[in-house]
Design a protein around this ligand. Structure first.
Ligand SMILES: Cc1ncc(COP(=O)(O)O)c(C=O)c1O
Length: 427
């Protein structure tokens, strides 16, 4: 009852725009398990949307934050900075695949993207930004403009900032080839905005909210060439893909492409609100002192957590573990797909960022958001937190904590298979 009572109270005081997926109220969480206010246990296959890559309440991260709390919780990094902020910036600039990099810290993913665009405009003196259909970059005004999904992120919220253009994201399953995408960019340059007015191209190496579509091999290199040809900066939004999620610290490592700027948040601090922008020195240094920042930027708790997260990722070999987890998850989903080829159109993923796309009659053009919704609801009722995504609302995405115990992974997969069979029988 407590869950429903709380939901009722929430509905009375929260605007509906800030909805929640499930009427499950968390009381406690450890690694990949969550217990609700009624004492029910759930396996968490969503990690609070790719945030707790290091598991809920990892003891080392909790301890680091407790120690920081005992010391101080806020001084403002722009007034009296502290060693943990310096150390985190040292570590991030070292591990980010960008030569001679500098960092700034902010509080959320959207803020990181906003700042990346500010920096790119300042460095190039150009206004234009190109993003991709299906991309998700956050909920602030500039980020909404960049986002390539209308409902619910943009509907009724315009006008958006000018000088933002979109090209089709090369999603192989949807039949959008890299050639189609590059040709669209060419058309943009010929008919809409001249390339020397474009500050940056921003792209997720694997689309998150948009449906877990990885950029095809070679596409980032092509974008890099295009950017170099026209003096455009390449921004990779690694907010969902970063911090070992895809089997590398950053997904772009698979491509070998060096971005000018990378945005990071979510997994960076295992649940504490901090985000970063890391980029090439000459680009990052373009804005005037004081032009970047924020009262809570580089929160001491976030910095302490971030340093602990990096230690845990290294010590527990979480990049390697992400690959193992991804292989196991994909094998499970492929087995299910073999039994239900008409409903599971595609199984895909990079590392532990795994998805299945649900359709009708095996037809990519007939998405099945009804089955997707039924599955997430039934899974939750059976003790498994599952998330959906996709511009068409028909993709189940799996983002397990990278620290999940194998027995919990197997248990969650079993629940997923069972509820899928039950839901499939009803559609
Ligand atoms: C790729 C990407 N960029 C930006 C954001 C926005 O981050 P935040 O919700 O912290 O503002 C998200 C959040 O889901 C994301 O996945």
């Amino acid at each position: 009852m407590k869950n429903l009572e709380l939901q009722d109270r929430k509905d009375r005081v929260f605007a509906r725009g800030m909805g929640n997926l499930l009427p499950i109220y968390a009381a406690r969480a450890r690694n990949a398990e969550i217990w609700d206010e009624e004492g029910n246990r759930y396996l968490d296959f969503g990690s609070g949307i790719a945030v707790v890559n290091t598991g809920h309440s990892h003891p080392e991260i909790v301890q680091a934050v407790k120690d920081q709390l005992d010391a101080f919780s806020h001084t403002c990094v722009m007034v009296t900075p502290y060693s943990t902020a310096v150390e985190l910036a040292e570590k991030l600039t070292e591990i980010t695949p960008i030569e001679d990099a500098l960092a700034i810290f902010v509080s959320t993913g959207a803020e990181a993207v906003e700042n990346a665009i500010k920096i790119a405009r300042s460095a190039t003196g150009r206004p234009g930004v190109i993003a991709f259909s299906g991309g998700f970059h956050g909920r602030t005004n500039l980020c909404m403009g960049l986002t390539g999904k209308v409902v619910p992120y943009k509907k009724g919220f315009g006008p958006f900032t000018p000088e933002i253009y979109h090209a089709p994201f090369p999603a192989e399953y949807l039949g959008i080839s890299p050639e189609v995408s590059l040709a669209a960019l060419d058309r943009l340059f010929n008919s809409v905005i001249q390339p020397d007015q474009v500050a940056a191209i921003i792209i997720e190496p694997v689309q998150g909210e948009g449906g877990f579509y990885p950029v095809p091999d070679g596409f980032l290199s092509k974008l890099r060439e295009l950017c170099d040809m026209h003096g455009i900066l390449l921004i990779l939004d690694e907010i969902q893909t970063g911090f070992a999620r895809t089997g590398r610290m950053f997904a772009t490592e698979y491509s070998g492409v060096e971005a000018d700027i990378i945005t990071m948040a979510k997994g960076i601090a295992g649940g504490f609100p901090i985000a970063a922008v890391v980029g090439k020195k000459e680009v990052m240094n373009a804005p005037e002192p004081g032009g970047l920042g924020g009262t809570y930027a580089a929160s001491p708790l976030g910095c302490a957590a971030g340093l602990a997260v990096l230690d845990v990722i290294e010590k527990d070999s979480l990049c390697e573990r992400a690959v193992e987890l991804g292989n196991r998850l994909q094998a499970g989903l492929h087995r299910l797909q073999a039994d239900y080829p008409a409903l599971i159109g595609d199984v895909r993923g990079v590392g532990a960022m795994v998805a299945m796309e649900l359709v009708n009659d095996g037809d990519v053009n007939r998405p099945n958001p009804e089955l997707t919704k039924a599955l997430t609801t039934k899974a939750a009722n059976s003790g498994l937190i599952l998330l959906s995504c996709g511009v068409r609302g028909n993709v189940i995405r799996i983002l397990v904590p990278l620290t999940i115990k194998s027995k919990h992974l197997e248990e969650g997969l079993e629940i997923l298979e069972r509820v899928f069979v039950e839901c499939a029988g009803k559609t």
